[in-house]
Ligand binder design. Structure first.
Ligand code: AOF
Ligand code: ZN
Length: 358
């Protein structure tokens, strides 16, 4: 199952709206098939592993990180394919909460006389599938928030200079993280200040994450780097309902997709934004937002993971903070995170934190 999990993880960022599943088929203590969900979400992992195993699948055990599907969707059900191939035993990490499956795959396998075991490496599978689980069960994608700041938590000087605070090694790691998410998100202020490209570079061939920019008034410069790569990296602009049709149409003519959501006095309703992104199929979003948007996301309880890169320079209180005003009075109301990982990367330190439940 651990091998199946690591194979499945190869698909992270590439399979949305589907989960990134892994599958290993073992016969007489030999691996005869390995598969993972393919880019765009199909073929499913089991289909890939079964086709590799061929006739050797007969009497074999299949290890799958998510319950095999039972619905007639865009491809025939994997549970049926496992049955037809003569698999004798199926070991599953986690039940698929998709209402079209939700136990139906396990029931079908058992009904066909297959020995089914569930809950193997379930916690690891829950972590690996957290984006898909969040989309299906909460109607929003999982959100990782990246912060790259000075020792004292600043992301720019008071005059706005921000390039570069962390070193090239940390920035390379960030590109790898972008690649394992479905989308990269920033606010209009960061788009205007940094003019970022937000693509994945230096990681070999990958499906480029969708670039999502939040701008209530859709007031972004047309001559930005974001519009230069529209042929291979999508650009979605989330804006308020009050933006005029002409503005929307001019961005769509450039190749961007515009998504209207509820606005607030200061920006956009960030929960509505996340729901809109999940409706479009996104499961894993990597936020590289600046201080104001980051504070809104945290305040709304939408940040599942915090990834902080801290550099050995000090900017001081007149610099721009990585997290803006949260208007917190009581520590009890502060969002709490638990440390998952800490690593030295080049001259910087990376800390990865996961939101504490409850
Ligand atoms: C599997 N193996 O590798 C994946 C599964 O739109 P479809 O027909 O491709 O079905 C998508 C659903 O299938 C998705 O919502 C999830 O429930 C399941 N994904 N299932 O057996 C896989 N990726
Ligand atoms: Zn399937």
């Amino acid at each position: 199952m651990q091998l199946a999990l690591s194979l499945g993880a190869r698909g992270l960022g590439n399979t949305w709206p589907n989960p990134a599943v892994g599958c290993v088929i073992v016969r007489d203590d030999r691996i005869v098939g390995r598969g993972w969900t393919q880019p765009g979400g199909r073929p499913h992992a089991e289909v890939v592993a079964l086709s590799q195993a061929g006739a050797a699948a007969k009497g074999a055990t299949a290890y799958v990180t998510l319950e095999p599907c039972s619905h007639h969707g865009k491809s025939p059900p994997c549970a049926d394919a496992l049955i037809a191939a003569g698999i004798a035993r199926v070991v599953v990490a986690l039940t698929d909460p998709d209402p079209r499956v939700d136990g139906g795959g396990l029931a079908g396998l058992r009904h066909a006389g297959i020995d089914v075991v569930t809950g193997v490496c379930e916690d690891a599978a829950r972590r690996s599938h957290s984006g898909f689980l969040s989309r299906v069960q909460q109607g929003r994608p999982m959100l990782s928030q990246k912060l790259a700041s000075s020792f004292d938590g600043r992301i720019a000087t008071g005059a706005g200079e921000s390039q570069w605070i962390t070193g090239p090694d940390a920035r390379r790691v960030v590109h790898g993280m972008r690649a394992r998410h479905d989308a990269v998100l920033i606010g209009g202020a960061t788009a205007r200040a940094d003019d970022p490209e937000l693509t994945v570079r230096g990681q070999g061939a990958v499906r480029q994450p969708v670039r999502v920019v939040l701008s209530r008034g859709l007031d972004l410069p047309v001559e930005s780097r974001l519009v230069r790569n529209l042929d291979h990296a999508q650009l979605w602009l989330v804006h308020g309902h009050t933006v005029g049709d002409a503005k929307v149409q001019s961005w769509e003519a450039l190749g961007a997709r515009c998504l209207p959501v509820l606005g607030t006095s200061t920006g956009l309703d960030v929960l509505a934004v996340m729901k809109a992104l999940a409706e479009q199929g996104l499961t894993r979003v990597f936020s590289e937002s600046g201080g104001t948007l980051t504070a809104s996301l945290l305040r709304a309880g939408l940040v599942d993971e915090l990834i902080g890169f801290s550099a050995g320079l000090v900017i001081g209180a007149d610099g721009r903070p990585s997290i803006g005003d949260m208007s917190l009075k009581r520590l009890a109301d502060a969002p709490r995170f638990d440390l998952q990982e800490s690593r030295v990367i080049g001259g910087d330190v990376m800390h990865r934190w996961v939101r504490r439940a409850g």
